[in-house]
Design a protein around this ligand. Structure first.
Ligand code: AMP
Ligand code: ZN
Length: 115
């Protein structure tokens, strides 16, 4: 666990989170400020600060993120109507927690382009 990292603390159980899935590599919990009827954060257990810090060894992990997103979207019933998987990289893109994560958003019509 990396000190002073909010998501490391949630993954370790030191801070409560509404966890909906966990396995050896990934933890999924509800976003505290949901931007859609369904808003989950898919978070690798490994502390990687941003997309820019990914290494070659992390490639398979990110593939699993997207497969898990699809599985959860089907399970929760919003897959067919459409959903979005979003990664914000660095402050200019809206990143506020420096532990790599992917937003899974669904349950409403999405607009494009994103803000
Ligand atoms: P980002 O802005 O892309 O870095 O995403 C960080 C997300 O973490 C935001 O959507 C926040 O609402 C969410 N968040 C912040 N604190 C918590 C928390 N304690 N539990 C769950 N989600 C959180
Ligand atoms: Zn972390």
């Amino acid at each position: 666990m990396t000190d002073n990292c909010l998501f490391c603390k949630i993954i370790a159980g030191a801070i409560p989170g509404k966890i909906v899935h966990q396995d050896e590599e990934l933890v999924v919990f509800e976003d505290i400020a949901p931007q859609a009827p369904f808003h989950y954060l898919i978070v690798p257990r490994k502390h990687i600060p941003t997309t820019l810090d990914m290494a070659e060894v992390d490639e398979a992990l990110i593939g699993r993120v997207f497969r898990l997103a699809a599985r959860l979207a089907r399970q929760m019933g919003f897959a067919e109507e459409g959903f979005r998987v979003v990664n914000n990289c660095n402050a200019g893109a809206g990143q506020t927690v420096w532990h790599l994560h992917f937003h899974l958003l669904g349950g409403r019509k999405m607009t494009w382009p994103p803000g």
